[in-house]
Write a protein of this length. Structure first.
Ligand SMILES: Nc1ncnc2c1ncn2[C@@H]1O[C@H](COP(=O)(O)OP(=O)(O)OP(=O)(O)O)[C@@H](O)[C@H]1O
Length: 307
């Protein structure tokens, strides 16, 4: 049985439907990602799962519980790190951990989280003096104090530098390896690709794709990125007309084409036929970034009456 089940979820603000007939399930022990552009409805959907918003339609179950009618029970098994969390600046790390422990009926010993989250040196440090990465480590620890079955991280690493982001990824993996299910809302493709077992791609309130990161990339019509540096300019239309070419761009003097196997063949024959002197020819697999543009681009086309 899935640990989270969402069926036909709809949330409306005023006249705007911000979550529109969304359905998905999360299995126990998964890192499940919710990915999408700004305003796509990711946070709203997650807040419905947490029981913080009342949906207009749909059914949600968290470990079999209804987040609205059984809100207190859901709170006991769900650890939440909110998107914009703040604590009083004068509170120390130790005080924050003690305070949060007191809020739960069966907290784990917060001292066990101190080493796990690398907070040992920071116990007497005041919240206001912590760096962005240190604050996030504390928020992760606070979300785990109640010994949750599921944790929800919303934009956990947005404010972090690349090193702190990677350290936080390691924490998320450790949390899952310890048996906790993770629901992760993120903007970062690399983060989603690295961490998530499965991903739901949100766009304008709807799920436009749901798969493993590798599945999303391979389902894309352009799973290959071809790039080269021509010694003389190549006409744009010659590149755009290549079979399977979906995105063509020039980055400085480098031509970049997203396409498929047929595109690779066509690029090779174009170079030979036109005697283009091309250096630094590279053929690499597309990333989730490319797949995302492809998927959400298609949703744009559909909305605007394209193919
Ligand atoms: N309380 C509210 N009242 C009215 N509109 C809201 C409210 N909360 C969110 N919205 C609107 O609902 C839409 C979806 O917002 P939501 O925060 O769920 O998106 P998101 O995908 O999480 O975006 P982001 O990545 O920017 O956090 C946005 O247009 C937002 O302005």
């Amino acid at each position: 049985m899935p640990i989270i089940k969402v069926q036909g979820l709809r949330k409306v603000y005023g006249s705007k439907t911000v979550v529109d007939d969304v359905s998905f399930t999360v299995e126990e022990g998964e890192i499940f990602g919710i990915l999408g552009p700004n305003g796509a409805g990711k946070t709203t959907a997650v807040e419905c799962i947490e029981g913080l918003r009342v949906p207009e339609a749909g059914m949600i179950r968290v470990a079999g519980l209804d987040p609205i009618r059984q809100h207190d029970d859901v709170t006991r098994i769900l650890g939440v790190q909110l998107q914009e969390s703040e604590l009083q600046a004068k509170l120390t790390v130790r005080e924050a951990l003690r305070l949060y422990s007191a809020l739960y009926p069966n907290p784990i010993d917060w001292r066990s989280l101190v080493d796990r989250m690398g907070l040992g040196e920071l116990l007497e440090q005041r919240f206001g003096k912590l760096s962005g990465g240190q604050k996030q480590r504390l928020f992760v620890a606070l979300s785990l104090v109640g010994s949750p079955k599921i944790v929800v991280f919303d934009e956990l690493t947005t404010a972090l530098d690349p090193r702190a982001r990677r350290e936080t990824w390691k924490l998320v993996e450790d949390i899952r390896n310890a048996g906790t299910t993770v629901l992760l809302v993120t903007h970062f493709m690399e983060e989603a690709e690295h961490l998530c077992d499965r991903l739901a791609v949100f766009d304008r309130g709807k799920i436009v794709a749901l798969d493993t990161p590798a599945g999303l990339i391979s389902r894309s019509e352009s799973p290959i990125v071809i790039s080269f540096r021509p010694q003389e300019p190549v006409a744009d239309n010659e590149l755009r007309d290549l079979p399977g070419a979906s995105l063509v761009s020039t980055e400085g003097a480098r031509v970049v084409i997203n396409g498929n196997d047929a595109t690779v063949e066509a690029v090779n024959s174009l170079i030979a036929r036109k005697r283009i002197r091309a250096t630094e020819l590279r053929i690499v697999d597309a990333t989730l970034d490319d797949a995302f543009l492809n998927i959400t681009g298609k949703a744009d086309d559909a909305t605007h009456g394209g193919s």
